[in-house]
Design a binder for this molecule. Structure first.
Ligand SMILES: [Zn+2]
Length: 270
């Protein structure tokens, strides 16, 4: 609110994720849930208007994944793989969908890898060092020596008879799969109206938020997307007295009208 002078507000909706898991992405239940969430967003925008904040508040609506239908016959059971035993495993993180993390016991890495590598045509098994770079995932100390992921529609079963969070829909598949794509919509003084842009990765949203808020970003993997397109301007976050909000990028030093803010989005525009 104006009185409290907040700079950044984040809202998280647990739907339609829950309905998507339980009933599947194509189900009427999930479609109804999407309508409900859409009404809620409509209410939010209405209250922004009624509160006189439309000219000063920029709103971004996005999510972190899509949803894929899981078919029962497409389950991958690690326990049934020939020559595989959990006795060779020191630590496992399985049963959470299409991903798995394994720490083999000392001296067992090569054996476990060779046993699982070609165990199932829709299961991908990697040693940490060989995990595809495009996932931006394996270059971290918390990631285990062996990594597993399955193709869209397939989920990995490990040690539990009743899998966790398992229903008719799942996410966490390869982010190049169309069903994993999500939405990005933005409206407000920081964004150009009616602009439709090419798809982009969500890893870049952080840089955009930092730019809008006049914050110097911490180290991250994203880029400030609008800067890559010649001639496209970027507006500055609303000026706060005592703060220099001019971005460091040379093309941005000259103040520009805020309506020139470019933001990439996918799909329809407000
Ligand atoms: Zn979920």
């Amino acid at each position: 609110t104006k009185e409290k002078n907040l700079d950044f507000i984040a809202l998280y909706f647990g739907e339609p994720d829950s309905a998507g898991h339980k009933f599947g992405p194509e189900s009427p239940q999930r479609k109804n849930m999407i309508k409900q969430v859409d009404r809620t967003i409509g209410y939010l925008r209405q209250r922004i208007r009624e509160s006189g904040l439309e000219s000063t508040l920029s709103l971004i609506v996005t999510s972190d994944h899509g949803m894929e239908t899981v078919i029962k016959t497409n389950e991958i059971h690690i326990q049934t793989v020939a020559n595989f035993t959990f006795k060779d495993i020191q630590f496992e993180l399985l049963d959470y969908g299409p991903n798995g993390l394994l720490v083999p016991k000392e001296g067992k890495l090569e054996h476990v890898y060779s046993v699982l590598k070609n165990a199932h045509p829709n299961l991908h098994v990697y040693k940490k060092a060989d995990f595809p770079r495009r996932f931006r995932y394996a270059n971290h100390s918390r990631i285990t020596p062996l990594l597993l992921y399955s193709d869209p529609g397939y989920v990995i079963h490990g040690v539990r008879c009743v899998p966790l969070e398992r229903g008719r829909g799942e996410h966490g598949f390869d982010n190049e799969a169309m069903a994993m794509k999500t939405i990005f919509r933005a409206v407000g003084p920081a964004f150009r109206r009616g602009l439709l842009v090419e798809p982009f990765e969500s890893v870049h949203v952080y840089a955009l938020l930092c730019e809008l808020l006049g914050i110097t970003p911490e180290p991250h993997d994203g880029k400030l997307l609008p800067l890559e397109i010649p001639g496209w301007g970027v507006a500055h976050a609303p000026a706060t007295p005592g703060h220099d909000l001019l971005p460091a990028h040379p093309t941005l030093r000259a103040p520009q009208p805020r309506t020139q803010m470019i933001c990439r989005s996918l799909g329809f525009n407000w």
